[in-house]
Ligand binder design. Sequence first.
Ligand code: NI
Length: 280
Amino acid sequence: MVHPWLHIYKGNLYGGTDWMERKYGWKRDHTGEKKTHFWEKCLKFDLACICLFACLVICGMGKGEAVRESVVSAVKMQAGGGGASGQALQGEGNAEKKKVAITFDDGPHPQYTPEMLAGLKERNVKATFFLLGEEVEKYPELVEQIQEEGHLIGNHSYKHEQLSKLSMDQACAQVTRTNELIYGITGVYPAYLRPPFGDWHQELDCKVNMVEVLWDVDTRDWSIQNHGRIVEKALRDVQENDIILMHDGYETSVTAAMEIIDTLLERGFEFVTVDEMIFD
Ligand code: NI
């Protein structure tokens, strides 16, 4: 399943169609995808049952008691492993939990990124951080910590300029320079790009293999800077499979993010990084 607002062309990044259309297009795709997935599962389960039954019949008729017993015991063992397969099934049930992704832009920030990371660790929640090259240069140890703690790192350009207002070369340099900086610290090239202001001009054609990631819920935490109002806005708007946009540069964003996370966990949501949301 791919969000329709993610435009992946081999070797190129490309984007910029109308946001509402992309959002609703995606919801439709997503429903279709789930159905296919369910029927595929049914078909696989039926085929497995038919094979097992045929095997039992053939063994029972042709090869005598010993073979039949060995098959029966094998089946019993499988059933005995029922605990395990039951758990696996339950695990699958968990995988079907309502997913949501929380993302933090514009960091790393020397004070609030560590606070955010501590809160996420305490709750065992993984998030996605879209980092600015400029800040990556200043706080490489925080970039390392974000990666070590299992979060996903994305590119948010070098200097937070509106890329469509720049020349092609300048805009691409904003992206590639930040990629190189992050790679220099983590050893991994970011695969996800969130252009500042969600603005990526269609004509821009950088030779990078990246996926554009926008958002569904804009908490406007950077402008509101009020714990209660940020929480209220996020919780009012959030739905299954949404990507929440926040920033790890403000005290109120840290406290609000923790309350949003706690509430959504209580409501049965599971937090995933954007890669899981997009390509699951
Ligand atoms: Ni930003």
